[in-house]
Each structure stands twice: as structure tokens, then as C-alpha cells.
Design a protein around this ligand. Structure first.
Ligand code: GAP
Length: 454
């Protein structure tokens, strides 16, 4: 089928309850979205898959969940107060504001005027004050990346876990950026989630680990259902690198609006630990920007030769909202069924599907059938396979259509044969092939365990 259009996804997301415009009843707030009943399940499943791969399946990563409000000093010494900005231009005619680097032809995207101001830096951080007194001393920021708390908690994690290099600290959580031009649905928003790993390595081993993380992360994306040919590797040119990076590889994806960044994998060197550390002159740093007389802690670790070193950092950083958009894009399929009929199917990987099994009663006003459906649901919930939903529309065709569209891998139908035949059995309908098999209810638990373990 033709490439998925953004309008098709936006429409599906609203119609079926994946994603809504924030503050919708008041006309929305630009760059903010809310995840609905199915969106929250999909997003949670993506985060769980990331956490499992990055923390549980490895022996060299610990987790962290830090506060969003951040002490101003953290973002001063990280360099964000000085440098975390995008170039902004104003249109003198229509008063629109745009990112200078997003203009293709030097014209205002609103009105086409070429009467634009010179680009000037616009800091992307959201500022607030903490406590009842609103003054300079109480300024704090909403974090623009989850990474900084990982650096500032480095010593506490090392001391409490006795970790040696190489090891990583992983975190998933909200980040905030006052983007000049949020656009393309949930691709560029002002409040979003990141899943970030800061992987600490010996200086000199950083380039090897950078390459290794690139390959590990591509393999993970393919496991989430993205086709390898839809992922592009973009090596950031030196002049475009973030202020903290020595090198960066972007994994780009073929989104409906174009090929753009899905995940960045940066080599942050010793920049962050070095900038946040006290006694910097004792640390043999390769890069830092701010002299730090306020930090109370040396951020270094003992290596195998009993020498204190400031590790280099390799950082795979994924946008969770971009991950949602990518798996929706990849899964969205329109199938021609012949005779003028078609169906929309969301071909999500089983582990990402918001609902794993939909129990569909043949008749909703049959007490016997409904009692069996409730009993099955209670039993299936015990399997720990994820959400099992009981459909009560009473219209099988409609139920199949809805569950195809939201990506439910299996529909389980309870009919009169279920109750009358011995041994008792149900029908399982596969989302992708639409094939149906009858499975004895006594074998259902094992069947589903095997099916979802694959
Ligand atoms: N800690 C490194 C860092 O924050 P980044 O490239 O600025 O690096 C990492 O962001 C990832 O976060 C991006 O690859 C993207 O997936 C996601 N991201 C960044 N800005 C975003 C925005 N405004 N809306 C949605 N996702 C965003």
C-alpha cells in the first residue's frame, strides 16, 4: 500500500482513542498531546520493552527515576543555560515566529514574506520558581533532557551499587522544551518523554562502545517492528553537534512527514561529569566549559589500576513519543479484501499491542454466553499476558473491525457451540491472517502463553 499519511494516523488516533489534542475542549494548547485509553497502553508497552532490553536483560545497567524540576545550577554547569537554544526569526509582516534553520527558501512559511528579522538565539528551557518567593534566587527549570540527573546522581549510584566501568544508568521520563515551532503531530512537541541511557566507559574505549550501541539500538528497533530499510543512519557533521558531544549518530525513521530523527546516540565524552565535578583541576579532563566552585562532589570512579578516572559517556537517547509515532506508522495498513471491501489493520508486534486478546460474545444478551466470557476473562488475566478486554457491542463484525484497527492480535469468540459442545471450545481469530481456529478451553491458557512468548 501507499506510504502512510499523517492525516490517516491522526484520524485513527482520535477515532479509536490513542492520542488527543491537549485541552481540546478549549481549543488545544500548541505542542501538547494527551494519550487516550489505547495510547497509554501502547506507550507503556514501548517503555516496558525498552526497560526490559536496557536494564533487565543486561547485567551492566541500573535504573533511576529523578525529579523533573531541576536546580538552576545543574543546567548552568551543564551548559544548557548558555547554549540550549535554537535560532529564531520573526516575520515582520504577519508577526509569526519560526526556527531559522527550518526555513527552506528564506520566506515566512505563513505568509510568504521575505521581510524577516535576523536570526537570534531562543533558549528552549521552561523556567519557573520554586517556593512562595518569586525572585532570581528561586529560579528552577523543567528539565530539557532526563540525562542531567543521571550525571548529578552518578556518585550516589556508584557508591550504592559498587559498579565498575563499563556500566550504565537508564531513565525514562518527561522532558520539556519550549519549541519555537512544534509540528508534525507528536513528532515535535513541548512536553515529551525520553528513554535515555548514560553508559559510562573508560576514556579511549568510547568509540568502540559508540559503534556497539549503534548496532544494539538498531536491532532493538527492528524487534519493535520497524523495517531495517526504514531506518537511516545519519552521522551529525561536527558543526551541527550539540554543545556536549564529540560525535553523534542519529537513527532516523521514515515518518509520514519525512525521514527524521528517532533516536540520537551521542558520545558526550567527560563533558558532563567534568562540568559538574568539584576539583576539576585534579581530574585531567579532556573537555569542560565552566569552572565549578559550587559542586560538593568529585564525579569520578576508580579504574582497575586503582586510578581515579572521569568516564566518557555514550548516550542512546530515544524519544518515546517518536517511538509511538514510528510503530504506528509502520503498523498502519489498509488491505483490499476484494468486492469493494477493505479494512484497516494496525500490524503492531504482539508485545506492543494495547489489547492482547478481545473476548467477543456472539450475543450480548445471552446470560450464559456472557457468564462464560466473564469467567474466561478472569482466568486469562491470571496469565500476565497484558490487557484482555471484554467486548460487549454484540456485533461480531464491528468488534473484529475495531480490533483490527487498534492492533489486537487475537479475538476470542464465545458462541453457542462453546457452551454445548464437549469438550468446551472457543474460536480464536488472528488479526493479520483473519484465520480462525477452535481451541478447547482447557488448552487455552497454554495456547496463549506459547503464542505471546514468541
Ligand atoms: N540527552 C540527549 C538529548 O536530549 P536530543 O537529540 O536533543 O538529545 C533525544 O533528544 C531524543 O528526544 C530525540 O532523538 C527525539 O527522539 C526526542 N526529542 C527531542 N526533542 C523532542 C521534541 N520536541 N518532541 C518530541 N521528541 C523529542
Amino acid at each position: 500500500m501507499a506510504a502512510t499519511q499523517m492525516e490517516q494516523l491522526v484520524s485513527l488516533c482520535k477515532r479509536r482513542g490513542f492520542i488527543f489534542q491537549n485541552s481540546d475542549i478549549y481549543g488545544g494548547l500548541q505542542g501538547l498531546y494527551d494519550y487516550g485509553p489505547l495510547g497509554v497502553e501502547l506507550k507503556n508497552n514501548i517503555k516496558a520493552a525498552w526497560w526490559r532490553a536496557m536494564v533487565y536483560e543486561r547485567d551492566d545497567v541500573e535504573g533511576l527515576d529523578a525529579a523533573i524540576l531541576t536546580n538552576r545550577k545543574v543546567l548552568h554547569y551543564s551548559g544548557h543555560e548558555d547554549t540550549f537554544s535554537d535560532p529564531m526569526v520573526d516575520c515582520k509582516k504577519c508577526k509569526g515566529r519560526f526556527r531559522a534553520d527550518h526555513l527552506t527558501d528564506g520566506k515566512c512559511p505563513n505568509c510568504g514574506s521575505t521581510d524577516l528579522t535576523e536570526p537570534r538565539p531562543f533558549n528552549l528551557m521552561f523556567k519557573t520558581t520554586v517556593g512562595p518567593v518569586v525572585d532570581e534566587d528561586n529560579i528552577a527549570y523543567l528539565r530539557p533532557e532526563t540525562a542531567q540527573a543521571i550525571f548529578t546522581q552518578f556518585k550516589n549510584v556508584v557508591d550504592s551499587t559498587s559498579r565498575k566501568l563499563p556500566f550504565g544508568i537508564a531513565q525514562i521520563g518527561k522532558s520539556f522544551r519550549n519549541e519555537i515551532t512544534p509540528k508534525n503531530f507528536i513528532f515535535r512537541v513541548r512536553e515529551f518523554e525520553q528513554a535515555e541511557l548514560e553508559f559510562f566507559v573508560k576514556p579511549g574505549e568510547d568509540e568502540k562502545w559508540h559503534e556497539e550501541w549503534k548496532n544494539t539500538r538498531i536491532a532493538w528497533w527492528v524487534e519493535q517492528g520497524l523495517k531495517r530499510e526504514n531506518i537511516n543512519i545519519y552521522v551529525t557533521p561536527k558543526e551541527d553537534l550539540a554543545h556536549y558531544a564529540k560525535a553523534c549518530i542519529d537513527l532516523e525513521y521514515k515518518f509520514p512527514h519525512g525521514v527524521e530523527e528517532l533516536e540520537g546516540i551521542a558520545n558526550r565524552t567527560d563533558y558532563d561529569l567534568g562540568n559538574h565535578s568539584k576539583a576539576q583541576n585534579e581530574l585531567n579532563l579532556t573537555s569542560h566549559c565552566h569552572e565549578n566552585k559550587e559542586s560538593t562532589t568529585k564525579l569520578c570512579i576508580m579504574d582497575d589500576d586503582n586510578k581515579w578516572v572521569v568516564p566518557f559517556v555514550i548516550e542512546p537517547s530515544m524519544g518515546v513519543d517518536r517511538a509511538v509515532l514510528a510503530v504506528l506508522t509502520e503498523g498502519y495498513t489498509e488491505e483490499d479484501l476484494g468486492n469493494g471491501n477493505s479494512r484497516i489493520v494496525l500490524k503492531l508486534k504482539k508485545h506492543l499491542a494495547p489489547i492482547k486478546v478481545a473476548i467477543v460474545p456472539l450475543k450480548k444478551n445471552s446470560p450464559e454466553i456472557m457468564a462464560k466470557c466473564h469467567e474466561l476473562k478472569k482466568n486469562l488475566m491470571k496469565l500476565g499476558i497484558g490487557r484482555v478486554a471484554l467486548e460487549n457491542t454484540g456485533n461480531i463484525g464491528k468488534a473484529y473491525r475495531r480490533h483490527d484497527e487498534i492492533g489486537t492480535p487475537l479475538c476470542l469468540t464465545v458462541d453457542f457451540e462453546t457452551l454445548e459442545q464437549s469438550p468446551e471450545s472457543v474460536t480464536l481469530r488472528d488479526r493479520d491472517t483473519m484465520e480462525q481456529v477452535r481451541v478447547p478451553t482447557a488448552e487455552l491458557a497454554q495456547y496463549l502463553r506459547d503464542y505471546f512468548a514468541q
